[in-house]
Design a protein around this ligand. Structure first.
Ligand SMILES: [Cu+2]
Length: 181
């Protein structure tokens, strides 16, 4: 009986020790929130989710204080060739040791019923819930594209929002980074 207990204890410890190590869990990069306009009632969040673990995980839910309801969506093309957004209740699988991209025209986190207008450059806090790893809180900037990438620079908005703090690459470990924006 004793060897069995030891093995179980070791497995237990290694499993729960993992989240404390940077890059040994889930991480989010190149994330941003795209609002359709100042009067928009909804917005979509895009990001790349990295899974540094040895087992698959699944994004099953999301929440944000700026939206009354948050759903996991994808786009599908109907018989008329029109792109429609549909909810994906089963969520998105993030493969072990791999990554999964939520990108324009595909899967996204839908922020529905915005409680206030979103301003370009502001950070939106989104809580992602994973089947295995639990909650991951990320702060994503409101932008037209991934921050710090060529897409963002090409637009040449020049608003001076100070995009250079690398938030777009902020891996979202732990609670909310404290960038103070
Ligand atoms: Cu959507």
């Amino acid at each position: 009986m004793r060897p069995f207990l030891s093995a179980a204890a070791a497995a237990f410890l290694s499993f729960f020790a993992a989240p404390a190590l940077a890059h040994d869990g889930l991480a989010v990069r190149d994330g941003y929130v795209r609002a359709a306009g100042a009067m928009a009632m909804s917005a979509a969040a895009f990001m790349v989710i990295e899974n540094h673990r040895a087992f698959d995980d699944r994004l099953v839910a999301a929440a944000s204080d700026v939206a009354r309801r948050v759903e996991l969506h994808t786009h599908t093309q109907d018989a008329q060739g029109v792109m429609r957004m549909v909810e994906v209740p089963e969520g998105f699988v993030i493969p072990a040791g791999g990554e999964y991209a939520l990108a324009r025209g595909g899967d996204h986190v839908m922020l529905m019923g915005l409680v206030r207008p979103l301003t370009e450059g502001e950070l939106v806090t989104i809580t992602l819930t994973f089947e295995q790893s639990g909650e991951l809180v990320v702060q994503l900037p409101v932008a037209d594209g991934p921050m710090g990438g060529a897409a963002a620079a090409d637009h040449g908005h020049g608003h001076g929002h100070g995009h250079g703090h690398g938030q777009g690459h902020g891996h979202g470990h732990g609670q909310g980074h404290g960038h103070g924006k």
